[in-house]
Design a protein around this ligand. Structure first.
Ligand code: NAD
Ligand code: WQD
Length: 340
């Protein structure tokens, strides 16, 4: 059985990917420092797949520890989710972001090189496009100087991977540019667990409807969009997780077209903030208490993906629509409420 090292595998997207990997016959080794996740997730994953994933608690900034790990396990491929991911926090504390996000990836690549592990899938983000001039965005859309230190770390990591692949023909790297991942596993057992006050739309909306927050602020109603609110490409986390299984299998089967590939992973549809709220209210029969407020500094007006390349090359497309995203997200939030 092939063993995949999943860094950040106890986090939101990582945990969903671990489920899909196990269900596709892969063995998984999760490496996470639990800085933004909890160890209980391992048992939640087990309730879905009947397999407890192997877990090593380790900070990827620790070069010696990660090198040692590669000597102790036979690893076939790496999916690298681990990173700090709050845009706002990165503006306040850029060094934390450059230190964690860059060093973690460099340490992983060095340890892989020493152990002859050559498959590497990287969690990138649509943030690398900034506000593009033309929509939808393809993989050829120019990446712009990022809007935040966080976004800049994604761009720099992509550049490092490209250069490294150029210098090492036996290495296979892939950057997956996620659009806005939302929703939760249909089992209701795993989902996103924001710590503190959520920054992102869906977690804030969920906590508002659950009564934890009083009101959702809709940031900006004067954008150049049909209803004035900003447009994003939301993608169900289970669809996203499945794309990772395909990506890693492609590399292991050596079906990749070049030794550094980039794919957009989105649904290809843009929804405004008000459309998201309406979809939530419709499928869940719950009212969202919201008010229109000023734009959030740094936000872009609209973005959505052209997913043709992923559709054709990976044979992957997002299957779950906005209603399923909202239904599963609310189911997850209700389960969280029961837990606490
Ligand atoms: P998450 O915070 O839920 O998961 C990241 C995991 O990495 C956490 O479990 C955290 O404990 C771990 N981690 C962080 N630094 C580490 C370190 N030094 N050593 C070991 N573990 C470490 O985040 P997520 O939403 O699942 O995001 C996963 C990846 O996808 C990240 O790279 C993120 O930047 C990227 N991404 C996320 C989104 C999004 O909206 N969620 C969008 C685009 C890209
Ligand atoms: C979505 C829309 C907000 C909260 C961020 C990162 C990006 C990527 C995905 C990692 C926007 C609006 C939000 C709220 C609102 N992450 N909103 N009220 O900003 O598209 O992207 O996450 O790579 O890098 O920047 O996601 O969920 O914060 O916002 O009206 O309380 O919802 O203005 O239009 P965003 P988001």
């Amino acid at each position: 059985m092939r063993k995949i090292l999943v860094s950040g595998g106890s986090g939101y997207i990582g945990s969903h990917t671990v489920v899909e990997l196990q269900q596709s016959g892969f063995e998984v080794l999760i490496v996470d420092d639990l800085s933004n996740s909890k160890k209980e997730i391992l048992h939640k994953i087990e309730t879905i797949t009947n397999q407890l994933p192997e877990f090593v608690e380790l900070d990827l900034k620790d070069e010696v520890a990660i090198a040692h790990l590669f000597q102790s396990y036979e690893i076939d491929a790496v999916i690298h989710f681990a990173a700090s991911k709050s845009v706002g926090e990165s503006v306040v504390n850029p060094l934390l972001y450059y230190h964690n996000n860059l060093l973690s990836m460099l340490n992983l690549l060095k340890a892989m090189e020493a152990s002859d592990v050559t498959s590497f899938v990287f969690s990138s983000s649509c943030t690398v496009y900034g506000q593009p001039d033309h929509l939808p965005v393809t993989e050829q859309t120019p990446t712009k100087p990022a809007e935040s230190p966080y976004g800049n770390t994604k761009k720099i990591c992509e550049d490092i991977l490209k250069d490294y692949a150029h210098a090492n023909s036996e290495f296979n790297g892939m950057s997956l540019r996620y659009f806005n991942p939302v929703g939760a596993h249909p089992s209701g057992s795993i989902g996103e667990r924001p710590s503190g006050v959520p920054n992102n739309l869906i977690p804030y909306l969920l906590e508002t409807v659950a009564g934890v927050r009083e009101k959702l602020s809709v940031f900006g109603s004067d954008y150049g969009t049909p209803d004035g609110t900003a447009i994003r490409d939301y993608i169900h986390v289970v669809d996203l997780a499945q794309a990772h299984v395909i990506a890693v299998q492609r590399q292991l089967d050596q079906k990749n077209k070049s030794n550094y590939e980039v794919f957009n992973l989105g649904s290809g549809h843009g929804y405004s903030v008000l459309e998201v709220i309406k979809a939530f209210e419709k499928v869940n029969q719950e009212k969202v208490n919201y008010e229109l407020v000023d734009r959030r500094p740094g936000d872009i007006e609209k973005i959505y993906a052209d997913t043709t390349y992923a559709n054709e090359e990976l044979g992957w497309s997002a299957k779950l629509g906005i209603e399923e995203m909202m239904r599963s997200a609310w189911q997850w939030q209700q389960n969280l409420n029961k837990e606490s």
